[in-house]
Each structure stands twice: as C-alpha cells, then as structure tokens.
Design a protein around this ligand. Sequence first.
Ligand code: NDP
Ligand code: MG
Length: 388
Amino acid sequence: MKRLAILGSTGSIGTQALDVVSANPGIFKVEVLSAHSNSTLLIEQARKYKPNAVVVTNEAKYKEVKDALLMLPIKVFAGEKSLADVVQWDTVDIVLGAIVGFAGLHSTLAAIEAGKRVAIANKETLVVAGELVMQRAAATGAVILPVDSEHSAIFQCLVGEDINSVEKVILTASGGPFLGRKSNYLVNVKASHALQHPNWSMGAKISIDSATLMNKGLEMIEAKWLFGLSNEQVDVVVHPQSVIHSMVQFIDGSVKSQMGLPDMKLPIQYALAYPQRLPNTYKRLDFKEHAKLTFEAADYKTFRNLAIAKDAMYKGGNAPCVLNAANEIMVHAFLQNKVGFLEMSEMIEKTMDSVPFIEHPTLADYLSSDTEAREYAAEFVKKSQLSM
Ligand code: NDP
Ligand code: MG
C-alpha cells in the first residue's frame, strides 16, 4: 500500500487523484488530505477516504472541519505550518503537490526535506524556485515525479534513455481557446470566455494561463528544472488536438512522443504508481477518430505572456519568481474583470522591470521577491480602466 498525502485535494487535480485512488483499492491509501477554503468538500472527502489527518490551510475554516469530523478518528489541523509538518510524517510515502500557485512552495519543500517521493502538479513551485527545489531533492534523495501532462510525457519518453543523449524536448501546446485570434479580438475577451478550454477541464487559474499561453511559458521553466536542461533545449510547438502530450528529440535525430486522450488521470496515475503501470478501463485513443494531427508555430507576438516567460527563463535568478507572482495577481484580477486580457502582459512586464534582479536568490530572496512583485502588480491593476 502506498500511503498518500494529497495536497489540494478539493481541486481539479486533487479530485481526479482521489478518483485514481478509488479505482485502485489495495494499492493506495489516503493518509493526508489538505484544502484551503472548500470545507464542505474536504469534510465529504475525509468521511469517504478516512485519512489519518486533514489540514485546512485557511484557519478560518478550522472549527467547521474539526466539528464535522469530531466522531471520527481523524486528526484535524489548520494552517500552512501544520501542512509542512504533516507531509514529513513517517506514515506518508508519496506527497501529491496539487495546490495552485506559490502557496504550494512551502509544503513541497518540506516534503523534499523529509526525502519523500513527490508527485508534482504544482508547477508554480518549480517556476519560482526550481533550481533550489532540485538541489534540495538531490541532497535529500527525494524523488520528484511530474504530473503535468507534458512533463509526464517527456518523463515517459526518457525511461531507459541517457539524459545526455537528449538534444531537446518539445512541449506541445493546445493553443487554448483563442488559438489563431489576434489582438483586436483579444482586447475584449472576458474571463467566462477564457475559461472555456477546448480539450481540458481544469482549475480557473491554469485555464486562464492556458488562454494567455502563460501556462506554456511556465511549463518551459518547469521542464528546464525537472530535466536539468539548458534554455536552448526547451522548445514549444502548437498541436491543437492535444493527443501528443510532448516529445523528446535525441542526438541521433530520433524523436519519441507519448500519446493518449487528454485525461489528467493518466499522468496522475503514472506518477503515483511509478515505475508500475496500472491497468484501467478509461477510454482508449482511437487513431481513426483522430485522423489529422496538426502542428504549427506558437504566436509569441500576440500571446506575449509566452515571450515574457521565455525571457524570464533565459534571465534566470529571481525573474521567473517575479513573473509568477505578477501573473498570479493578474489572473486573479482578470477573473474579477479588473484587468483586460492584453493588459495582463503589459502589467507583468512592468512588474518585472520594477522588482530588482537577483542573480543567485536564496529562499528568503524568493519570498521577498514574491511579496514585492505582488505589491507592484496590485498597484498596476488599480490603474487599469476596468478597476476604476
Ligand atoms: P484548482 O484551483 O482546481 O485547485 C487548487 C487546490 O489548491 C484546491 O484544493 C484549493 O483548495 C487549494 N488551494 C488554493 N489556494 C490555496 C492556498 N493558498 N493554500 C493551500 N491550498 C490552496 O487547481 P488545479 O487542480 O487545476 O491545479 C493545481 C495545480 O496543478 C496547479 O499548479 C496547476 O498548474 C497544476 N496542473 C493542473 C492541471 C489540471 O488539469 N487541472 C494540469 C496540469 C497541472 P480549496 O478548493 O479548498 O480552495
Ligand atoms: Mg500541462
């Protein structure tokens, strides 16, 4: 039995991870569940999966969760610090990092310090502090397994290969709901429209990131750190059908890809069960239903977030951390109709110009860069016409 701590259990990845657990009785046991504000779902999940502990990071929700689980042998904790403690318990074998955003950094680092196996969906953690995260994992022996579908695909292509024989990785991008659109159209799009992803059903933040292509920029940085690549070895191609989840090109010119229907349960299951492949009955990819797989270059000019993220990757230091913080503020504001779609890129760039560059940041530097970037970005949002 593999004992799991599922951080962010109420989210899109978290709930699908619990579906994987349910589909594989006797293989996984839920040891810890964590959520932030969705106490109703957390309580329901706790009653169903009977974990040893639940952690609600939003302390205002503690009493409600505690009272609801009073009659059950489940420990209830509140706050980010408790989460960092619980992931280090001896009874936890695998930590699934499925919290959204910078908020996942602390608990992921705690799991790594305890040498845990970490299945990581929370890409922002690797964007913010990928160098540090990978260094600490190397030092503690923590194994990091990707959950993001592109990175899972690359990981699967690399099984049995020597990393030195990789020429480059090619991340596929669906292009999101606004593929082919230009600025004159994008200037007016609203959150409700941007949330409609053509191929994947995901949480709100990553859905907006997919519409702006920031998601692919974050994934470039994520790939760089996960696989120890140079900036030049990370490439992107638009593939609207989302059947090829990514590719690896080797030094002999050979290219391997991993394919499947777009269903996050597959990469989640692969990361949790690795190196085993578990059987399942999910719908299979039928090539006859996907007669045409197409590829095109990404439009870096229109979807400027992709270009800004790529620049941040090349710049290194605290630049990706600042990028991520500014983007989190922008996505939040866009979801509340307080900034326009194209304004997000402008304000992220302005934030990056405002926060001083640190070439070799410490963890404390990442934390302060994040705070500073959020403050600048929030000020820029206030100046948007939509906020007035
Ligand atoms: P959701 O918004 O659906 O879920 C986020 C989870 O994080 C919820 O459980 C939420 O709790 C919790 N959470 C939110 N804020 C905090 C906080 N401040 N502290 C602690 N926990 C918090 O996100 P997704 O599941 O879509 O995404 C999770 C991560 O996985 C992201 O990093 C995303 O980029 C990545 N990912 C997601 C994919 C997808 O298909 N969804 C695909 C690839 C990667 P509550 O609900 O209680 O507020
Ligand atoms: Mg992805």
